[in-house]
Design a protein around this ligand. Structure first.
Ligand code: ADP
Ligand code: S3P
Ligand code: MG
Length: 203
């Protein structure tokens, strides 16, 4: 059984909820990337976005993902390939300790982790599972959650907010599929049922 599982998917798809159930079922520790970033930076994600911008949050997210996947730098990963872009990933960072974790792990990623090309390449080499769901259902789940820092969350008009949420999902959907080895359709299933399905799939 592959013992390092990464859950990806749009906001509200149940990554955090399902990963803690999976952790109980497998006995592997669970890491919620958003929580780890909040704890390392000492502030909620929404505040990181407001204070430093989304770009800085994405850098931290990539840094943490590299450590969790034992990737020490872009050069190692892309060895032999021409990459015009140099990304300094192997500097000593707040997230260094995550690179020392050995053994099984359940990782709940942030919904936007797939936006970065290199993150998708790294995830594609792991056991990465896309929790697929109807984005309209997801909107109902996260609508009004003040901790989610997206511009559309602050749009006053409900229908306009929904349209923005759906259009962002449309832009991202192919990226989730590209990064994942397995897709689990979650509509109409409870987090327990989804976790059971995943345990069965990775056996
Ligand atoms: N399969 C599901 N069915 C119903 N509600 C769910 C399901 N998965 C998650 N939820 C609920 O949706 C909300 C968002 O879930 P969460 O795990 O935080 O999603 P994510 O980490 O993917 O953003 C939570 O209130 C959670 O209880
Ligand atoms: O979709 C996104 O870009 C984000 C999703 C959030 O995680 P969840 O998917 O767990 O809400 C969190 O990483 C951040 O607010 C950005
Ligand atoms: Mg989450």
């Amino acid at each position: 059984m592959n013992n390092r599982i990464f859950l990806i998917g749009y906001m509200g798809s149940g990554k955090s909820t399902v990963s803690s159930i999976l952790s109980e079922k497998t006995g592997f520790p669970c890491i919620d990337m958003d929580q780890e970033i909040e704890s390392a930076e000492g502030m909620p994600i929404r505040k990181i976005f407001m204070k430093y911008g989304e770009h800085e949050f994405r850098n931290k997210e990539s840094e943490l993902l590299d450590k969790l996947c034992h990737v020490t730098g872009a050069v190692d990963l892309l060895a032999g390939e021409a990459t015009g872009e140099a990304k300094v990933l192997n500097k000593v960072s707040k997230y260094e300790a995550f690179g020392q974790i050995e053994g099984g792990l359940i990782v709940s990623c942030g919904g936007g982790v797939i936006l970065d090309d290199l993150n998708r390449t790294i995830l594609n080499q792991q056991c990465t599972i896309f929790l697929e769901a109807d984005p309209k259902t997801l909107f109902q789940r996260v609508n009004g959650d003040e901790n989610r820092p997206f511009a559309f969350m602050d749009v006053q008009n409900e229908n306009e907010r929904l349209q923005k949420f759906l259009s962002l999902y449309q832009k991202r959907e192919a990226l989730y599929r590209e990064a994942a080895a397995i897709t689990v359709q979650t509509d109409g299933k409870s987090p327990q049922e989804i976790a059971d399905e995943i345990v069965h799939l990775i056996k």
